[in-house]
Design a protein around this ligand. Structure first.
Ligand SMILES: C[S@@+](CC[C@H](N)C(=O)[O-])C[C@H]1O[C@@H](n2cnc3c(N)ncnc32)[C@H](O)[C@@H]1O
Length: 394
């Protein structure tokens, strides 16, 4: 039966009531809680009556409220529901709710600049350009990276599931999968044929024009998003030593490497020693480039967080640069938009260590390379925001 949206159907009326109750429960935490996603998950999972489609709906509606928080706060229930319905992404799970509550126009006087914290302007003026700001505030697409040369089995499985996708014109191995899909439940994932990885993250290594072979150190490997890609690019003749201070992340990396059949990855749980042909420092950062995936961070990241990250980045870049072989490469990357975590870190490092020189990126994807590295901004290619600088030791 088609719901009569003129007088909302009981199903969407109930959804309205639930989302208002969830928002009410979250209200004290919306601006201050850096673990908000965990709180949202436990709140949604606490209600045993919700099926997976309900959870998808409420997750999306709550994330919409967080993304557009300054526009939602202080509104009446009707206004808040109308805005959330209008601004939520169109997904199978949100379709009825959007049709029932989001059909009206947006109210006058909404200021898009309010959707980013004002302090970001000094760190990244480009984030306030309409295309970049819109992308940084929208729902992130789901990108996968193919880990096999032949995509046919993955395409066949997706076709059997009725899933659609679009390969990136920048790298055919990167597919944007439509809808709200759980890739981890596919055979392709179980057999290591695909990994979830934002396109921007994939482009970082494409700026380096890597040759097969060589021994690299991935010094801040985390759970190995870039380690796996690096190992594939270096091929069977190459080797990657992956290090991180989080043993749990390295354990996950080990599972992923095994799933992908990548035997050239060696895990180093202790501080790496020796010299490498290349060192990747994918540094811990404020994560300002990933705000469309973690919108709560917009409201509780401060200039002090950025300054603290910059101090750690300076230290890690200096420390791991010691591991670069003469003639070898040092790559510094972040998922931050902030100058003080990106260009300023590289500029200070190069001033201090004249034996390292900056090398131009092999590809720029339409972004102007700066004097200290390349910023990949959200918007142009539907990516998160990243920064990469490639240096070579004399
Ligand atoms: C941006 S994340 C890495 C993401 C990962 N390279 C990927 O592509 O998925 C930064 C990583 O730096 C790690 N880290 C923080 N301090 C570190 C240190 N002193 N030495 C090595 N890694 C560190 C963090 O645990 C985190 O996993």
């Amino acid at each position: 039966m088609t719901p009569d949206y003129a007088s909302p159907h009981p199903v969407v009326s109930n959804q309205r009531r639930v989302v208002l109750a969830l928002l009410h429960a979250l209200r004290p935490h919306l601006r201050g809680d850096r673990s908000l996603p965990t709180r949202i998950e436990s709140l949604i999972k606490a209600d045993r009556r919700f099926g997976s489609r309900d959870r998808r709906l409420y997750r999306e509606l709550l994330y919409t409220a967080v993304r557009y928080l300054p526009w939602i706060e202080g509104r009446t229930d009707d206004e808040a529901i109308g805005l959330i319905g209008h601004l939520a992404a169109e997904l199978p799970a949100t379709h009825g709710f959007r049709a029932a509550f989001g059909a009206g126009p947006l109210p006058d006087g909404l200021d898009p600049d309010e959707l980013l914290p004002a302090w970001l302007r000094a760190e990244c003026p480009a984030a306030f350009e309409p295309a970049v700001r819109t992308a940084l505030c929208a729902r992130a697409p789901l990108w996968l990276r193919l880990q096999v040369d032949d995509p046919a089995p993955v395409a066949a499985e997706f076709a059997s599931l009725g899933w659609t996708y679009t390969p990136s014109p920048l790298r055919p191995d990167a597919w944007a999968v439509d809808g709200d899909r759980d890739l981890t439940r596919t055979d392709a994932f179980a057999h290591g044929l695909i990994e979830v990885q934002d396109l921007g993250s994939q482009l970082i290594l494409d700026t380096l024009a890597l040759e097969p072979g060589g021994h690299w150190l991935d010094a801040c490997a985390g759970a190995g998003g870039k380690t796996l890609q690096l190992a594939r690019l270096l091929g069977p003749a190459g080797r990657v030593t992956a290090h991180d201070v989080r043993p749990g992340a390295l354990a996950e990396l080990e599972v992923r490497a095994h799933r992908a059949g990548l035997r050239s990855i060696v895990i180093s749980r202790t501080a790496p020693t020796g010299l490498f042909d290349g060192v990747l420092v994918d540094a811990p950062c404020s994560g300002t480039g990933t705000w469309r995936r973690s919108p709560h961070l917009k409201w509780n990241t401060t200039p002090e967080h950025v300054a603290r990250s910059a101090r750690l980045q300076t230290e890690l870049l200096r420390r791991f640069s010691e591991r670069v072989h003469p003639g070898g490469r040092l790559i510094y990357a972040t998922c931050s938009l902030c100058r003080s975590e990106n260009e300023a870190i590289v500029a200070a490092f190069l001033a201090d260590r004249p034996e390292f020189t900056l090398e131009p990126p092999a590809q720029t994807f339409g972004f102007p390379p700066g004097p200290h590295g390349l910023a990949i901004l959200p918007g142009r290619h539907d990516t998160d925001g990243f920064f990469v600088a490639s240096m070579r030791r004399a």
